[in-house]
Ligand binder design. Structure first.
Ligand code: ARG
Length: 462
């Protein structure tokens, strides 16, 4: 097959080189964006009188045919044509002859590849943002439904203080909402048209890049043709948003795995999302959550991979940059099902409310409330902490709970303690008392959920 750039060469490219350098095996998924970009480009060329209206019509007709052929699986991709851009252009020349061979006027593959990747990411990020909205709204709804459920809160993986389950769920809602905002913000820097930067210097032909931007729905046109063809910040930024998002997913997955264990028994995961063991008939394994945690490694790897590809590249385009696509595609095709499954898993899991509540009450988790009680009676916090520490040590040695201790026993540690101490040491009272802004009292959490929803708009479907 004759290459589109064969003019300068005497010998044919070796097969080994073709195999090593092709990108058609993975960049074929960009076909619709390549064609969309080419149609806008052809329109602009005709509008500017660079090619005739007739040629533009033939080009557009041919491109639409190619689109349908690829869509129906009738198109034959050729490895020796390297990438999706040359496969499509070459097929167009076969269809539209001379008109087809005018399409590549005033552009290069360098601006073309960047254009396709930007169009692809714009479309994908919009879907990801919607999924993140739905996930956030689902967590808010779950929080609202569980406002009466008390659970133990942990630090250092040790029981710390009682909390509302809703508060715990809202913590994740906020993480995923920051992710959504990060993706939306990245979108602004993706929304820049590179086409018309040509190989690196721009062109002597009278093109209208702003018209192309308008046709393709780009908010901005790149300012510097060199930066434009050699910039992959937008892809790095996308991968970085995805890596942070997966860190959150992985933390949640870890909790779901722990919570579904017999030791915790806080939740029951839906049958449809757990798997059995081939040897132990009693097992219900949280494989989906484990793979979410595991796939986080790949997504971090994709970010590091592109950062490493880009470091040390001289301006402007270098072929190394062809390696940008697989990490990006892999990330998109990993995080979308992750989001869908997370939504599915959260919607269908069951909380063991009694177990959560019993676990919250069983420790000395309201000790801090005794210290704060003493502070309200004028004791300096450090002293209050010391007194409470002694109370806990003494009574844990005697296997007594804070609520089983008599006032006189309490008084032997501090004469500031009175009968009203019992109003502060229950887990319900403890939670209700955390009325500081952002705290875990039901009143605060209700406000949190309300503000969260307001900040979210209502476009997503819950
Ligand atoms: N297939 C390449 C890529 O995806 C495009 C090559 C662009 N330019 C070049 N001079 N080889 O990045």
């Amino acid at each position: 097959m004759k290459k589109l750039w064969a003019g300068r060469f005497k010998e044919e490219t070796s097969r080994l080189v073709e195999k090593y350098t092709e990108s058609i095996s993975f960049d074929r998924m960009l076909y619709r964006y390549d064609i969309e970009g080419s149609i806008a480009h052809a329109k602009m060329l005709a509008r500017q009188g660079i090619i005739s209206k007739r040629d533009a019509e033939e080009i557009i007709k041919g491109l639409n045919e190619i689109y349908r052929e690829i869509d129906d699986g009738r198109f034959e991709f050729k490895e020796e044509l390297e990438d999706i851009h040359m496969n499509i252009e070459s097929a167009l020349i076969e269809k539209a002859g001379e008109a087809g061979s005018r399409l590549h006027t005033a552009r290069s593959r360098n601006d073309q590849v960047s254009l396709s990747l930007r169009l692809y990411l714009k479309a994908e990020i919009k879907e990801i943002v919607l999924l993140l909205k739905n996930l956030g709204l689902l967590l808010a709804e779950m929080s609202e439904r569980n406002l009466d459920v008390i659970m133990p809160g942990y630090t250092h993986m040790q029981r710390a203080q009682p909390l509302l389950l809703s508060h715990h769920l809202m913590a994740y809602a906020h993480m995923f909402d920051r992710d959504r905002r990060r993706f939306e913000d990245a979108l602004k820097r993706i929304d820049v048209l590179p086409l018309g930067s040509c190989a690196l210097a721009g062109t002597s032909l009278p093109i209208d890049r702003h018209y192309v931007a308008e046709c393709l729905g780009f908010d901005h046109v790149s300012e510097n043709s060199m930066d434009s063809v050699s910039d992959r910040d937008f892809a790095v930024e996308f991968l970085s948003c995805a890596a942070i998002f997966m860190m959150h997913v992985s933390r949640m997955a870890e909790e779901l795995i722990l919570w579904s264990s017999e030791e915790f028994s806080f939740i029951e995961l839906p049958d449809a999302l757990t798997t059995g063991s081939s040897i132990m008939p009693q097992k219900r394994n949280p494989d989906v959550a484990e793979l979410m945690r595991g796939k986080t490694g790949r997504i971090y790897g994709n970010l590091i991979s592109l950062l490493t590809i880009m470091k040390g590249l001289p301006l402007a385009y270098n072929r190394d940059m062809q390696e940008d696509k697989e990490p990006v595609f892999d990330t998109v095709t990993t995080i979308k099902p992750t989001l869908n499954l997370l939504i599915e898993m959260l919607s269908n899991m069951r909380f063991n409310k009694k177990r959560l509540r019993d676990t919250a009450s069983s420790a000395y988790s309201t000790a801090t409330d005794i210290a704060e009680y003493l502070v309200r009676k004028g004791v300096p916090f450090r002293t209050a902490h010391e007194i409470t520490g002694r109370i806990v040590r003494y009574f844990s040695e005697n296997k007594k709970r804070l609520s089983d201790i008599s006032v006189s026993e309490y008084k032997s540690f501090s004469d500031k303690i009175d009968d009203d101490i019992y109003n502060f040491i229950g887990d319900l009272e403890s939670v209700n008392a955390k009325r500081s802004y952002g705290g875990t009292s039901p009143e605060m959490v209700k406000g949190q959920i309300k503000r969260f929803r307001e900040g979210m708009g209502t476009e997503a479907k819950p």
